[in-house]
Design a protein around this ligand. Structure first.
Ligand code: ADP
Ligand code: MG
Length: 265
């Protein structure tokens, strides 16, 4: 079974998509078979992988409502060597349409069951809300990566997200066992950010990845070229940090094996 991670945070602009796209590309560069699922109607991860969201006719939306088999909707990000299940604004409608469906929060999970063994890692880029789409992501995943900025209000809202994850674990998906925080957009010149970064580590311990992603303009420029930052400029500080992060992910979870029970909690 692959590792299936949601990259989630109900705040917008905190680095979810940048993290998903760069982790996907970096794991692919480490010979992992990776599927990126764009679960945000904004389609930023789709575009950031070089896939044109406007012309994508078979997307995660059709997969969720059941009109297209998942295999038919998956496309390849050639430049970075991973697969993409694209999204565009049509996906916003799924939220309403799925309400009438039976087991509406398990649609993605059921679709993934058919292809899961084709991959070592499946990374799900969630929208900035604790919505039915995010719920579909959490029901399909066995871990959650929460990107957070090292700012004073960074922890605000975290308890809502963690409570949602716990509720999903209790009621809908016993396999959802891992939660870990990734510190992103870090600026070491700002004392407050240093302090907050250290406090997050002290407080949450092993639930915080050691890798810290710096604020780096090359990461922000890459999507306009349809490339993940780690492909766009391999030697940039941002790319190097995401490569450290993917190494840490492989070390923590190994390639393509379920997290050990001792890692629960
Ligand atoms: P989200 O998916 O959570 O809304 P994004 O990944 O789209 O967040 O990031 C929001 C904005 O910040 C984007 O313009 C992105 O390019 C930029 N960004 C993200 N991470 C970094 C970083 N480490 N350094 C510089 N810019 C970043
Ligand atoms: Mg996003």
């Amino acid at each position: 079974m692959p590792h299936i991670f949601c990259v989630a945070n109900q705040k917008g602009g905190v680095g979810k998509t940048t993290t998903t796209v760069n982790l996907a590309a970096s794991l692919a560069a480490r010979q992992q078979r990776v599927l990126l699922i764009d679960l945000d109607p904004q389609g930023n991860a789709t575009m950031g992988s070089g896939v044109d969201k406007q012309s994508a006719e078979q997307t995660v939306y059709e997969v969720l409502v059941g009109t297209v088999p998942i295999r038919d909707a998956i496309v390849r990000c050639e430049a970075a060597g991973y697969d993409v299940l694209p999204a565009n604004r049509e996906l916003a409608g799924a939220e309403v349409e799925l309400v009438t469906f039976d087991k509406r929060e398990r649609r993605l999970r059921d679709a993934l069951a058919k292809i899961a063994n084709d991959y070592d890692f499946i990374l799900i880029d969630c929208p900035p809300a604790l919505s039915l789409l995010t719920l579909n992501g959490l029901c399909a995943a066995n871990g959650v990566i929460i990107p957070m900025q090292c700012e004073y209000f960074a922890l605000e809202g975290l308890s809502d997200l963690v409570n949602t994850i716990k509720r999903v674990n209790g009621n809908l998906n016993r396999d959802l066992r891992e939660i870990a925080l990734l510190r992103v957009m870090f600026d070491p010149r700002i004392t407050l950010q240093q302090q907050v970064a250290e406090q997050i580590k002290q407080h949450f311990g092993s639930k915080v990845f050691d890798a810290v992603i710096p604020r780096n303009v090359r990461l922000a420029e890459a999507p306009s070229y349809g490339l993940p930052g780690v492909v766009f400029d391999k030697s940039s500080r941002g790319a190097r940090a995401y490569n450290d992060f993917s190494a840490e992910i492989l070390k923590r979870y190994g390639a393509s094996k379920a997290p050990a029970l001792s890692e629960m909690q």
